[in-house]
Design a protein around this ligand. Structure first.
Ligand code: FES
Length: 103
């Protein structure tokens, strides 16, 4: 399916993501500002993204590890998620994300 990403530099990119895959590796490979430094363990915050409306409400709620990491991010917003904890499904085709600023 498709994920529409606004990069840290404001660029817009459409990514193809397999159903069942986590979003972080695709974002990292596309070099849009997602670093994924902890390898997807909800421990670094460098895969922080903002989920565009109306998609944010359609995602499963963060687990405790993701919620704890998000709490530590200065750039956190109500629509923040960690891309390494988001699994793509076909119901999310067209999902819009914005790469959050990283410190
Ligand atoms: Fe480190 Fe997601 S890759 S928190």
């Amino acid at each position: 399916g498709r994920v529409l990403v606004t990069g840290a530099d404001g660029s817009r990119t459409e990514l193809a993501v397999r159903s069942g895959a986590r979003l972080m590796p695709s974002l990292k490979a596309a070099e849009l500002g997602v670093l994924g430094l902890c390898g997807g363990n909800a421990a670094c915050g460098t895969c922080h993204v903002y989920v565009d409306a109306p998609w944010h409400d359609r995602l499963p709620a963060p687990d405790a590890d993701e919620a704890d990491m998000l709490d530590d991010l200065d750039s956190r917003r109500i629509d923040s998620r960690l891309a390494c904890q988001l699994r793509f499904t076909e119901q999310l085709d067209g999902l819009g994300l914005t790469v959050a600023p990283h410190l």
